[in-house]
Design a protein around this ligand. Structure first.
Ligand code: GUN
Length: 290
């Protein structure tokens, strides 16, 4: 039976610690760490994500601003706004919620955010630093997964890790992060032959493929650690992951649920990176679960 990795609990503990860091900065006369989130258009899923980010930022005591721009906003207008925030010392983090409307080039927008304020870790400079082994800002979902491994004392050294999914946001960076911890990493995806057989080699299985409950017990080795990045709705409209939890949980040693698994950690790492930018150093969360 798998031990549940409680992302909600870990996120709450980390956010309480972040609040202390924020208040210490302010008490010593420093600028309150600031985060601006920009949403263009009204994609319903994006609106939920942006609201959750705003609520967490406020809870931790950040100077939080959300710019909700009309879908007709031009690329030039958005680039000009980003340039303003790049030069505004009130904001330590800038996040442009994706996806953007199709008339705006996402790569151009991500390139325009100053790498030091890129709390999403999506800028090519930050991505490059991650892949050459000198990480700066790190994409938040993979960073949150690494914090889960740390908090639950899951050692990656010499383990077989399989990632299902090859996105820039999750699949590629989690592979680089686990490799840096001496795991042997295989990146599988929708075109991988015998996907279940490949996955079943994993001591650590990270699933980020975006298909509801696709990974069942046949993909999982007895005793594997299973991390579910999926965020889908099942046939009854209920939130579910990419992993069929009921089928996989009995075989796993550790498993993340959906909801209350990886999701809360993603937002926490976003806030962490804004606070770390203000501090000019990394925060050590070792032993945070007590
Ligand atoms: N859209 C879906 N996930 C993300 C994310 O992590 N960051 C941004 N900026 N947009 C997203």
């Amino acid at each position: 039976m798998g031990e549940i990795i409680d992302g909600r609990l870990l996120a709450d503990k980390m956010q309480a610690r972040l609040k202390e860091e924020v208040e210490a900065i302010v008490a010593s006369g420093g600028t309150r760490p600031g985060l601006v989130v920009i949403q263009v258009g009204a994609n319903p899923a994006s609106s939920v994500y942006v609201r959750n980010k705003e609520n967490s930022a406020i809870k931790v005591g950040l100077h939080s601003q959300v710019d909700r721009l009309g879908a007709e906003t031009t690329e030039t207008e958005l680039l000009n706004l980003i340039e303003e925030y790049n030069n505004d010392p009130k904001f330590h983090g800038i996040l442009v919620q994706l996806p953007l409307p199709s008339h705006i080039n996402e790569d151009k927008i991500l390139d325009a955010i100053h790498p030091d304020k890129d709390v999403d870790g999506f800028h090519p400079v930050n991505m490059g630093n991650l892949f050459v082994g000198t990480p700066t800002k790190i994409p938040c979902t993979p960073y949150g997964i690494m914090k889960m491994f740390e908090a639950y004392n899951i050692d990656l050294n010499g383990k077989n890790a399989v990632v299902i999914g090859r996105s820039n946001i999750v699949g590629k960076p989690i592979g680089a992060l686990m490799m840096a911890e001496n795991a042997t990493v295989t990146t599988a995806h929708s075109r991988t032959k015998d996907l279940a057989k490949v996955a079943a080699q994993a001591d650590i299985l990270v699933v980020a493929i975006g298909r509801a409950k696709m990974v069942d017990a046949s993909f999982v080795k007895e005793g594997a650690v299973v991390i579910d990045v999926g965020m889908n709705h099942d046939e009854n409209g209920k939130l579910c992951g990419d992993v069929d939890f009921a089928s996989v949980e009995p075989k796993a040693s550790y498993i993340t649920p959906v909801p209350k698994g990886v999701g809360p950690m993603t937002i926490t790492m976003l806030i962490t990176q804004a606070v770390e930018t203000a501090l000019g150093r990394k925060i050590d969360f070792t032993g945070i679960l007590g």
